[in-house]
Design a protein around this ligand. Sequence first.
Ligand code: IPE
Ligand code: IPE
Ligand code: MG
Length: 234
Amino acid sequence: MDRLPRHIAVIMDGNGRWAEQHGKRHVEGHEAGARSVREIIEGCRELGIEVLTLYAFSTENWKRSKIEVEALFRLMSKYIYREIEEIDKNGIRVGHLGRFAGLPAKAQKDLQYCLDRTRNNTAMQCNVALNYGGRAELVDAAQRLAADARDGRITPEEIDEAAFARYLYRPDCAEVDLLIRSSGEMRISNFLLWQLAYSEIVVDDVFWPDFRKQHLCEAIVAYQNRDRRFGGRK
Ligand code: IPE
Ligand code: IPE
Ligand code: MG
């Protein structure tokens, strides 16, 4: 228990394959995935994980059909109103990573409600990456940094890694210890490019709707058996 990751990030993948396996529609796979979201939030809180970041919708996911995209945002709103009471009661502070202004108006409103309502909670930080892309985050950071340089608030010589990280969406969550991806794919899919620099990666074959606390614990045990060297020697 003393070697827990402080920050866990999760690529919640495999809803479509789960639906196919069960002879259901893709959207039903997304619906079924909501139970797993609840499990992982609860599991992380019970273990005392400080930060959990969930990949819910990428900047590339707009390529999907209008029907699927609308269903995903509808499900998100439904999830918020069903779970917010419990999340708030448990002292969880919700954060957002991504391009907020690019979200549908209703999603903006519901997400904002969630952020405002949980703003002062301190038990755990739970970030949702929604309309999030790792490259978009770096570009957005570079734009704001360039504007500050232009306006004389920072000089090129002052830009080091710590200074750059202050321009990320959540500077306080800039280091991920453990990345978990469900459903077997060995890729990052444009998630947290800066923050994953030295993360331990655990890929589980289980489809996201079947992901339970047990899988979270297995991933943490795998993490605890890793030898994190950060480029140095033991
Ligand atoms: C992950 O499940 C959910 C989102 C990307 C929003 P997928 O819909 O990608 O499921 P697969 O990868 O097709 O199985
Ligand atoms: C990554 O899953 C994005 C989310 C889980 C939100 P995708 O299913 O979109 O990723 P690819 O297409 O397999 O890379
Ligand atoms: Mg997928």
